[in-house]
Ligand binder design. Structure first.
Ligand code: ADP
Ligand code: F6P
Length: 471
């Protein structure tokens, strides 16, 4: 087995196996914030990515992708059910997102979580050179830092949580809360999206584990674990370059024509997830049509909602409800050839997403809770023309940075309607001033800056960051 000096460990590999129209198996980039963040970062660096390819049974042999070695971890059907769909996405995911859906606890899910974390830790240990850096990602793998340190004490281990880390009142519900905290504390550096999350973590380490803890450092045995906020970002330059490509500009114009050249195109792009506030947004939009504030001929909503975690019951229920509501709104307010909502569930390639962003006057990103939300950042990066308006939930991590967006509380239906109207009626000068400020922020705070700041904190010098990120 070839070993690397940098190993990224994430539940998902950056590719999904899917079946092409001719029945052949093909690989495509998996949608989701983690992959969008790490994929551009690791391109052409001597790294190994340890993760799951999305199927069951033996891990497929994968080719290197853009110079990155892919090391698949095999999951059985039971592992997927109990680790991925169960403990990760029916216990931790809802709990970490303000319990907007009820978290579910089952003892056998915890056993699977431990078992699968152990397997990931062993795969990472095999893939890492002596004294390598191993960077563990997200809530599916919170035990990996501790398990890996036990096998390979020579490694430098980082952990980054892409989703929110909840306040103690919520986290304390977890039956295995101490083990989860200790697992994360196996890392040398634990990174979060927001300073509040690091604060929550420090409070819990003190309360549950009685460890000396500040918002920057936690003492564990004879080690000091550093913690902090490192807001993740996107490859701003890559998205901007894509959005400027002639074919993308032409495609954006074509999208507007196909939509009937309305005055306003509103766009939302989400994974089909109950944290994304899709139902609240549809309700606000339909009420605005019903009261005549929005006219279907003048304004269209394009809702892209790519199915996600489709075997989890809460996701199945959400999809049914969203599709029923889209059908109701189109049935009630649409006309022949003029639906009120254009609803798309397909995964798109990056250039089609860029064209959609460029075609949209208003991007509505209104999650009930979101660790960061990279779609909001992608939209801003794509608006190389300086146009467009961003309607953004206060409960997305991105709101702390994109302060010039039209910020909204998505739980407040009247507030949501007002903010949408405000964005729709904003003057071009107001929109341009907001967009320019947000673009400038993202020009500096891109994915490379994120990696530099995290990796510099991880090794205490600039050496590691210089090895893996462009100057
Ligand atoms: P999350 O991590 O919860 O999925 P983010 O907004 O942070 O949310 O990231 C979603 C990522 O998935 C973005 O990079 C976005 O471009 C991508 N994505 C969302 N919908 C699609 C789609 N239909 N096709 C392809 N990529 C998508
Ligand atoms: O960003 C949060 C996250 O859970 C990532 O870890 C994940 O890759 C992405 O959303 C998509 O979810 P999933 O991997 O379950 O399809």
């Amino acid at each position: 087995m070839r070993q690397s000096s940098l190993v990224v460990v994430a539940n998902r590999l950056p590719v999904d196996d899917s079946v092409a129209p001719d029945g052949a198996c093909e690989w495509r980039r998996s949608p989701g914030g983690l992959v969008s963040a790490l994929h551009p970062l690791l391109q052409h660096t001597p790294a190994t990515w340890v993760g799951w390819a999305g199927g069951t049974g033996p891990a497929p042999a994968l080719p290197d992708i853009d110079g990155v070695r892919m090391r698949g971890v095999a999951l059985t059907r039971d592992d997927v059910r109990d680790h991925y769909e169960g403990f990760s996405n029916s216990t931790l995911w809802p709990l970490y997102h303000d319990a907007v859906e009820q978290p579910v606890y089952h003892r056998r899910w915890w056993e699977a979580y431990q078992r699968v974390n152990q397997r990931f830790a062993e795969a990472a240990a095999e893939a890492a050179e002596p004294e390598a850096v191993v960077w563990v990602q997200d809530y599916h793998l919170q035990l990996v830092p501790g398990l890996l340190r036990a096998i390979r004490p020579d490694l430098r281990i980082g952990f980054f949580l892409h989703v929110p880390f909840p306040p103690p009142e919520l986290f304390m519900q977890l039956p295995r809360r101490a083990e989860l905290l200790l697992g994360m504390l196996g890392a040398d550096l634990v990174g979060f999206q927001r300073a509040q999350a690091a604060h929550n973590f420090a409070q819990l380490a003190a309360r549950v584990l009685q460890l000396p803890a500040t918002d920057r450092r936690i003492a564990v045995d004879d080690r000091v674990v550093r913690i902090g906020a490192f807001p993740v970002s996107i490859d701003t330059a890559e998205m901007a370059a894509l959005a400027q490509r002639e074919d993308v500009v032409r495609r954006a114009a074509r999208i507007r024509t196909d939509l009937g050249d309305p005055q306003h195109v509103i766009l939302s792009v989400d994974r089909m997830d109950y944290t994304k506030g899709i139902e609240q947004r549809l309700k606000a939009y339909s009420e605005l049509i019903a009261t005549g504030h929005v006219k279907v001929r003048d304004t269209v909503l394009v809702q892209v909602a790519v199915p996600s975690r489709e075997r989890v019951e809460q996701y199945q229920i959400l999809r049914e409800r969203v599709e029923r509501e889209v059908g109701r709104i189109n049935g009630e307010f649409g006309r022949v050839g003029e639906p009120a909502i254009h609803y798309l569930t397909q995964p798109f390639d990056r250039s089609e997403l860029a064209a959609l962003y460029r075609a949209a006057d208003i991007m509505a990103v209104t999650p009930l809770r979101d660790g960061m939300n990279l779609v909001a950042k992608e939209y801003v990066a794509a608006r190389v023309d300086g146009g467009g308006g961003l309607l953004l939930s206060e409960f997305a991590g991105a709101a702390a940075e994109l302060e010039q967006a039209f910020l909204v509380n998505p739980h407040d239906l009247e507030g949501l309607k007002l903010a949408l109207m405000h964005a729709l009626q904003a003057t071009p000068a107001d929109l341009a001033a907001r967009m320019t400020a947000m673009r400038e922020h993202l020009r500096v705070h891109d994915i490379h800056a994120w990696a530099r700041s995290y990796l510099t904190a991880l090794d205490g010098s600039g050496r590691l960051a210089a090895r893996f990120t462009p100057a």
